[in-house]
Design a protein around this ligand. Sequence first.
Ligand code: NAD
Length: 270
Amino acid sequence: MNNFKNRKVLVVGGASGFGLGCARELLKRGARVAIGDVNQASLRKAAGQLKNARLVTVAMDVTSLSSVRKAVAKCARRLGGLDTLVNSAGILAITPFEEVSEKEWDRILSVDLKGVFLACQAASPLLRKSGRGRIINISSDAGKIGFPFIAPYSAAKAGMIGMSRSIGAELARDGVTVNCICPVGAPDTAMGQWGLAWKMKRSGLSAEEIKAQTGQGNPIQRNCTVEDVTNAILFFISDESGFLTGQALDVDGGSINVRGLPGASKATKR
Ligand SMILES: NC(=O)c1ccc[n+]([C@@H]2O[C@H](COP(=O)([O-])OP(=O)(O)OC[C@H]3O[C@@H](n4cnc5c(N)ncnc54)[C@H](O)[C@@H]3O)[C@@H](O)[C@H]2O)c1
C-alpha cells in the first residue's frame, strides 16, 4: 500500500486520536494532508507534532454548513484539489436514555451524523472530479451492537452506515468509494480516555483493571489501538481497495463475528 504519494486528503477531526494517527501515517507515506478540527489548541499541538511541509491545518466546526464549506474550499486550494475525505470528528455522551435531554440528542446527532453528511456533501464535487475519490467514515461497534447509556451516539453511528451506503450508491459511477470503519473502544484516544474515566468513577476499578477487562472482551484478547484503525483507513484509501464500497468494516478483534461454540468451550479447546 505505497500508493499515497499523489493523495490529497482532508482528515476531519484530525487533531486527535484516530484522525491524528491517520494523518501522521499518510504524511509518512508521502500524501498531502489537511487536518480540520474545531479545537484550535489541539490543531496547533498536532501541527507541532507532525511538523511537515505537506501538512495544512484548518479550523472547522462540522455542525455548521458554512464552516464546513469554507474549510473544504481552503483545503482544496492549499492541497491543489482533494481526492480523499476521512471523517473522524466525533463526540460521546454517556447518559441513561430516559435522562437524555433534547439538547443532548441534538448535540450528538449534530456532530456525529449531520457533520459527516455536511463534509461528504461539501467534498463530493472535488472527489468526483479527481476520478479516484475516497470517503472513509469512522462509525463504531456501537453502530451495530446495543450498549447501555449511549442511545444518541448509537443512533448516529448506525445512521452513518446507512447514509454512507446511500452516498456510495450515488458516487460509485464517478469512481468514488464510500466505506465505514467500526472500531471497538480504543482507550488511548481522547474519547477513549474520557470513557475510561467514566468507567473508573462508576466501577471503582483502576484504569489497568478496566483495560484488562475490555481487552478480554474480544477473541483476540487485546485492546484496539490507533494503529489498528489507521491501518484500516489506509486500506480503504489505497488503490487496492478500489472495488470495495458500502462496507462497514469491524476493527474489533473479532468481537462481533467470532464466537466460541456455546456450551462446548472446553470441548473445542486445542
Ligand atoms: N476511541 C474510541 O473508543 C472509539 C471507538 C469507536 C469509534 N470511535 C469514533 O472514532 C472517531 C474518532 O474518535 P477518537 O477516539 O479519535 O476521539 P478524539 O476525541 O481523540 O478525536 C475526535 C476529534 O473530533 C474533534 N471534534 C469534535 N467535535 C467537532 C466538531 N464539531 N467539528 C470538528 N471537529 C470536532 C475533536 O476536537 C477531536 O479532535 C469518532 O467519530 C469516534 O466516535 C472512537
